[in-house]
Design a protein around this ligand. Sequence first.
Ligand code: HEM
Length: 206
Amino acid sequence: MLSSSSSVRVSVRRADLPARLRDETSDLHHAVELRMGLPESVRSRGDYSRLLARLFAVHSAIETRLDAPSWSEEWRAIGLELVDHQRASLLRDDLHNLGVSQIPPPALAPELTTFGQALGCLYVVEGSAVGGRVLAPAIQTILGRVPTAFLDGETRGHPHPWQATLTALRRFEDGHGDGDDVILGARITFRMFGHNVARSTWTTAA
Ligand code: HEM
């Protein structure tokens, strides 16, 4: 038992930005998971091809937006090379290997107005790659052998891109960047995914 003269130092550590992002966007992660219903909503190669086509439209729009010349110095300042985080080309490869010749146009880009919001968007995009690695074998179990370069990300040197994103988020915060703005960008991006990849737009499953 502590004597009355003992002083107990309680240090309350504030959650860092990656932890805040996870907590403060978990509602939208859950919503998007429900909206996509994966992996059960993929019943055929046609479903899978349409899903990848929708994802191509989303990723190509986001990649172009994040690559805005006005942000290029800021990506570098927090140690990121955008090219290491771009996956639309993997979607293009998978679609090609599935025999899909018509590549869809980009979706409407998310409305990101600051670099902090762009960083929140990148968090969502890289986080979805973490989830994708879980989905790749589940899709193979349903469909048999199908191209999964996008979902399994084998060529990307996992887990480097995700670790680099977390490090960059901490650097941004250490440099007094606005964490609330990053969370806003993540929330905008989750909603953009939700609008564009709802299962009703690609699956034939009931
Ligand atoms: C239905 C499909 C999805 C499933 C089953 C799924 C599942 C998962 C899983 C298992 C993780 C890893 C958790 C961990 O290892 O700690 C994860 C992380 C994540 N996913 Fe998803 N995901 C799905 C779709 C998405 C989509 C479409 C997005 C983006 C719009 C997304 C964004 C994220 C983010 C940001 C994280 C990182 C969370 C964090 O640790 O901060 N996920 N997801």
